[in-house]
Design a protein around this ligand. Structure first.
Ligand code: ATP
Length: 238
């Protein structure tokens, strides 16, 4: 089942065109990596899907319903959760308070309590420090917290902008293991921006490569690594 469909999406910031006619589909339970050099439009794509930046043309459909131009709250209500780049924790609030912020829009209390248990099970480090201020966590721990907070919204689709940025390889492996497990267990759909394609190749799944606001290459991550065109598309040779 197609969870998200984007057709011919164009986004501008004033005179700068950041997305030029992007089309893609994501099936439920799928993992799609978005990769590409600086300024390719990767973050803009996530922000457009989340309703943070309005497109000037094209369409976005979630679960068959057209949501183009809808505000972020209405996208969030469809259980789409965006984890933006940079770890925006509420430093003065405790870890548990940060997690509860994620569940702020929910009324299914029992399920919220269950989800909190799941987050603590997946990230035991958060459970151990649940009453400590989030500002005291290291970069890797804050990344886990923002992912945990996004999980507290009970998302069907989670879009994460550069989860690996600045993290030690071991922590990155841990984060991906958890995401993969949640995808398998809950049919969580993942849309992940990573500037480097290495992680996509290690994890598997589908990958799109963007450059200059366009999708220039698309396929199974494992196949793309063997494709000489990847290098050419990434660096713009040929
Ligand atoms: P990076 O990895 O550097 O974040 P990216 O692929 O995510 O790159 P975007 O951040 O989406 O790319 O940027 C696409 C283009 O839009 C760039 O030229 C960028 O300078 C520009 N841009 C991004 N956000 C804004 C904004 N809020 N206002 C104006 N221009 C912007």
């Amino acid at each position: 089942m197609t969870l998200l469909a984007i057709d011919n999406l164009t986004v501008r910031y004033g005179r700068l065109t950041a997305l030029r006619g992007i089309s893609l589909k994501i099936a439920e339970g799928e993992i799609l990596f978005v990769t590409g050099p600086n300024g390719a439009g990767k973050s803009t794509l996530l922000n457009a899907i989340a309703g943070v930046v309005p497109p000037i043309s094209g369409s976005i459909t979630m679960d068959g319903a057209e949501v183009t131009g809808a505000p972020p709250e209405s996208i969030a209500r469809r259980r789409f959760s965006l984890v933006p780049e940079g770890r925006n924790v509420f430093g003065a609030l405790s870890i548990e308070e940060n997690l509860k912020v994620g569940a702020g829009m929910r009324t299914d209390r029992q399920k919220v309590a269950d989800d909190l248990k799941t987050v603590y099970r997946e990230f035991p480090m958060l459970a151990e420090r649940r009453h400590a201020p989030a500002g005291m966590l290291s970069g890797g721990q804050q990344q886990m917290l923002v992912i945990g907070r996004a999980l507290m919204t009970s998302p069907r689709l989670m879009a994460i902008d550069e989860p690996s940025l600045g993290l030690a390889p071991m922590i990155i492996d841990q984060v991906y293991e958890i995401l993969e497990r949640l995808r398998a267990q809950r049919k969580l759909t993942l849309l992940i921006v990573e500037q480097s394609s290495t992680r996509a190749m290690m994890t598997g799944g589908r990958m799109i490569l963007m450059r200059g606001g366009r999708i220039v290459l698309e396929g199974e991550a494992g196949d793309m690594v063997k494709d000489e065109r990847l290098k050419q598309a990434y660096f713009g040779f040929g």
